[in-house]
Design a protein around this ligand. Sequence first.
Ligand code: NI
Length: 184
Amino acid sequence: MVYPIVMYGDPVLRKKAKEIEKGTDLSELVTSMFETMQAAKGIGLAAPQIGKSIRLFVVDGTTLDDEPDMKDFKKIFVNPVMLNEHGRPWAFEEGCLSIPNIREEIDRPEKIRIRYFDENWNSVEEEFDGMKARIIQHEYDHIEGKLFIDYLSSLKKRTLKGKLADISKGNVDTEYRIVAPVKK
Ligand code: NI
Protein backbone atom coordinates (compact mmCIF):
# COMPACT_ATOMS: atom_id res chain seq x y z
CA MET A 1 0.00 0.00 0.00
CA VAL A 2 1.35 3.38 -1.00
CA TYR A 3 0.79 5.91 1.77
CA PRO A 4 0.59 9.68 1.21
CA ILE A 5 3.68 11.45 2.59
CA VAL A 6 3.15 13.65 5.63
CA MET A 7 4.20 17.25 4.99
CA TYR A 8 6.27 19.62 7.08
CA GLY A 9 4.21 21.21 9.84
CA ASP A 10 2.53 18.00 10.95
CA PRO A 11 3.27 17.40 14.65
CA VAL A 12 4.00 13.71 13.98
CA LEU A 13 7.28 14.82 12.35
CA ARG A 14 8.29 16.53 15.61
CA LYS A 15 7.59 13.68 18.02
CA LYS A 16 10.23 11.36 19.40
CA ALA A 17 8.94 8.09 17.95
CA LYS A 18 8.14 5.10 20.18
CA GLU A 19 9.97 1.79 20.25
CA ILE A 20 8.26 -1.13 18.56
CA GLU A 21 7.45 -4.14 20.72
CA LYS A 22 9.97 -6.86 20.04
CA GLY A 23 8.62 -9.67 17.90
CA THR A 24 5.94 -7.54 16.20
CA ASP A 25 5.28 -8.72 12.65
CA LEU A 26 6.46 -5.83 10.49
CA SER A 27 6.35 -7.49 7.08
CA GLU A 28 3.25 -5.71 5.77
CA LEU A 29 4.33 -2.30 7.06
CA VAL A 30 7.85 -2.69 5.69
CA THR A 31 6.49 -3.67 2.27
CA SER A 32 4.25 -0.58 2.31
CA MET A 33 7.13 1.64 3.33
CA PHE A 34 9.28 0.42 0.45
CA GLU A 35 6.34 0.87 -1.95
CA THR A 36 5.72 4.38 -0.64
CA MET A 37 9.39 5.33 -0.84
CA GLN A 38 9.73 3.97 -4.38
CA ALA A 39 6.56 5.72 -5.55
CA ALA A 40 8.05 8.99 -4.28
CA LYS A 41 11.51 8.17 -5.71
CA GLY A 42 13.06 8.56 -2.27
CA ILE A 43 16.21 6.95 -0.94
CA GLY A 44 14.98 6.85 2.64
CA LEU A 45 11.66 6.92 4.47
CA ALA A 46 10.92 6.99 8.18
CA ALA A 47 7.65 5.79 9.72
CA PRO A 48 6.62 9.27 10.98
CA GLN A 49 6.55 10.36 7.32
CA ILE A 50 3.56 8.07 6.81
CA GLY A 51 2.01 9.25 10.05
CA LYS A 52 3.28 6.46 12.31
CA SER A 53 5.26 7.59 15.33
CA ILE A 54 7.36 4.41 15.68
CA ARG A 55 11.09 3.77 15.49
CA LEU A 56 11.40 2.31 12.02
CA PHE A 57 12.94 3.52 8.77
CA VAL A 58 13.91 2.05 5.42
CA VAL A 59 16.65 3.08 3.02
CA ASP A 60 17.33 2.24 -0.61
CA GLY A 61 20.38 3.73 -2.30
CA THR A 62 20.43 1.14 -5.07
CA THR A 63 18.88 3.60 -7.53
CA LEU A 64 21.82 6.03 -7.20
CA ASP A 65 23.69 4.94 -10.33
CA ASP A 66 26.66 7.20 -9.68
CA GLU A 67 27.30 5.64 -6.27
CA PRO A 68 28.62 2.10 -6.99
CA ASP A 69 29.00 1.11 -3.33
CA MET A 70 25.26 1.64 -2.88
CA LYS A 71 24.52 -1.53 -4.89
CA ASP A 72 23.37 -3.51 -1.84
CA PHE A 73 22.23 -0.62 0.28
CA LYS A 74 18.58 -1.54 0.75
CA LYS A 75 17.82 -2.01 4.41
CA ILE A 76 15.33 -1.84 7.23
CA PHE A 77 16.19 -0.35 10.61
CA VAL A 78 13.96 -1.27 13.54
CA ASN A 79 14.41 0.34 16.99
CA PRO A 80 17.81 1.72 15.95
CA VAL A 81 20.19 3.24 18.48
CA MET A 82 22.88 5.58 17.18
CA LEU A 83 25.97 4.49 19.13
CA ASN A 84 28.27 7.18 17.81
CA GLU A 85 28.94 9.58 14.99
CA HIS A 86 32.51 10.49 14.25
CA GLY A 87 34.93 11.61 11.57
CA ARG A 88 35.28 14.89 9.81
CA PRO A 89 31.96 16.62 9.08
CA TRP A 90 31.26 17.09 5.36
CA ALA A 91 28.63 19.07 3.53
CA PHE A 92 26.04 17.71 1.13
CA GLU A 93 22.84 19.10 -0.30
CA GLU A 94 20.00 17.23 1.38
CA GLY A 95 16.32 17.09 0.64
CA CYS A 96 13.37 15.38 2.28
CA LEU A 97 10.14 13.90 0.94
CA SER A 98 8.29 15.78 3.72
CA ILE A 99 9.84 19.11 2.68
CA PRO A 100 9.52 19.00 -1.12
CA ASN A 101 11.52 21.26 -3.44
CA ILE A 102 13.90 22.53 -0.76
CA ARG A 103 17.50 21.39 -0.83
CA GLU A 104 20.20 22.73 1.45
CA GLU A 105 23.80 21.92 2.30
CA ILE A 106 24.05 20.19 5.67
CA ASP A 107 27.21 19.20 7.57
CA ARG A 108 27.27 15.75 9.14
CA PRO A 109 30.07 13.61 10.61
CA GLU A 110 31.26 11.09 8.01
CA LYS A 111 31.01 7.86 10.04
CA ILE A 112 28.46 6.24 12.29
CA ARG A 113 28.08 3.13 14.41
CA ILE A 114 24.48 2.00 14.86
CA ARG A 115 22.66 -0.88 16.55
CA TYR A 116 19.28 -1.97 15.24
CA PHE A 117 17.01 -4.93 14.56
CA ASP A 118 16.39 -6.20 11.07
CA GLU A 119 12.87 -7.14 9.91
CA ASN A 120 13.26 -10.58 11.53
CA TRP A 121 14.29 -9.12 14.89
CA ASN A 122 17.92 -10.11 14.60
CA SER A 123 20.09 -7.62 16.47
CA VAL A 124 22.75 -6.02 14.27
CA GLU A 125 25.58 -3.61 15.04
CA GLU A 126 27.17 -1.97 12.03
CA GLU A 127 29.36 0.88 10.86
CA PHE A 128 28.62 3.05 7.86
CA ASP A 129 30.38 5.95 6.25
CA GLY A 130 29.94 8.50 3.49
CA MET A 131 26.59 8.65 1.73
CA LYS A 132 25.23 5.57 3.51
CA ALA A 133 25.95 7.15 6.88
CA ARG A 134 24.32 10.38 5.75
CA ILE A 135 21.11 8.71 4.61
CA ILE A 136 20.90 6.85 7.94
CA GLN A 137 21.63 10.03 9.93
CA HIS A 138 18.85 11.87 8.08
CA GLU A 139 16.33 9.06 8.66
CA TYR A 140 17.41 8.56 12.27
CA ASP A 141 16.75 12.24 12.87
CA HIS A 142 13.17 11.69 11.68
CA ILE A 143 12.43 9.19 14.46
CA GLU A 144 13.93 11.68 16.94
CA GLY A 145 11.55 14.40 15.68
CA LYS A 146 14.31 16.27 13.91
CA LEU A 147 14.43 17.62 10.34
CA PHE A 148 17.39 18.62 8.18
CA ILE A 149 16.29 22.27 8.13
CA ASP A 150 16.90 22.36 11.90
CA TYR A 151 20.62 22.52 11.10
CA LEU A 152 20.29 25.73 9.08
CA SER A 153 21.21 29.16 10.36
CA SER A 154 18.36 31.33 11.61
CA LEU A 155 18.96 33.67 8.69
CA LYS A 156 18.59 30.81 6.20
CA LYS A 157 15.51 29.54 8.02
CA ARG A 158 13.91 32.96 7.71
CA THR A 159 14.43 32.95 3.95
CA LEU A 160 12.61 29.59 3.74
CA LYS A 161 9.69 30.61 5.93
CA GLY A 162 7.28 31.33 3.09
CA LYS A 163 8.08 28.11 1.26
CA LEU A 164 7.68 26.10 4.45
CA ALA A 165 4.32 27.73 5.16
CA ASP A 166 3.20 26.78 1.64
CA ILE A 167 4.33 23.20 2.15
CA SER A 168 2.36 22.90 5.39
CA LYS A 169 -0.74 24.00 3.43
CA GLY A 170 -0.08 21.42 0.73
CA ASN A 171 0.73 24.25 -1.63
CA VAL A 172 3.61 22.45 -3.32
CA ASP A 173 4.24 20.49 -6.52
CA THR A 174 5.09 16.84 -6.03
CA GLU A 175 4.88 13.75 -8.17
CA TYR A 176 3.66 11.77 -5.18
CA ARG A 177 0.60 11.89 -2.94
CA ILE A 178 0.92 14.12 0.10
CA VAL A 179 -1.06 14.94 3.21
CA ALA A 180 -0.68 18.45 4.56
CA PRO A 181 -1.46 19.45 8.14
CA VAL A 182 -2.95 22.88 7.50
CA LYS A 183 -6.26 23.34 5.77
CA LYS A 184 -6.19 25.88 2.96
NI1 NI B 1 13.54 13.21 5.30
